[in-house]
Design a protein around this ligand. Sequence first.
Ligand code: ZN
Length: 228
Amino acid sequence: MKMPTTWEGWASRVSLYVREGKKLLGEPRFPIRISEIAQDYSRNVFPGDPIVHVEGKNFAGKFEGALVPNDDKEWAIFYDTGHTSKGRINFTMAHELGHYLAHRHLSGEPFYCSRRDMWSWNSEYGRIEAEANSFAAFVLMPPDDFREQTRDFIKPTLAQFETLRDRYEVSLTAVVLNWLKATKRRAMLVVSKDGFVDWSRGSDALFRSGVFFKAKQCNLSAPSTRDV
Ligand SMILES: [Zn+2]
């Protein structure tokens, strides 16, 4: 079978594998847990250099996750045990699986992914990070189901996003960003830290309307330090 060469190709392939596999097993389609599929899937597709290990590791807040090879060309996915959110960990693992499928041939070097790297989409390295994020979003929140679930999101509330976060077992940030990507509405996610804007992301419709918001220059009157 011909192998995909892009993250989109891999995301569709993995998504189909999970959907059909769960149907055969008579299990609900969601949530999709990467820890349950990464090793079997990689062994099936790449028996010569599979993922053989998935483990939590104390990165002391420096990294969200990592994809690391050993001397036998086998790979391991690590995630930061400093986080308690299982959704955030699941998304990170999907991000690393995306690197494994779409990027590991690029250098053969380990990938260490920090939160800032994962969400900064401007540099060349950022492009690869963005692809891994897009892969993770597609696999965990497949477009067909996501469209259906957000059909009535006119002015979505936090509670509506939290319901989706639980459905897909991802982080709240991942759900909101996925919605911003697709919505025709003018909307923006602003994440603050210590009262200042840490980073923000707007929908395409917002930018088309000419609104621009520079991070780190706005002191928020109602700072939020929630872990999203
Ligand atoms: Zn990464």
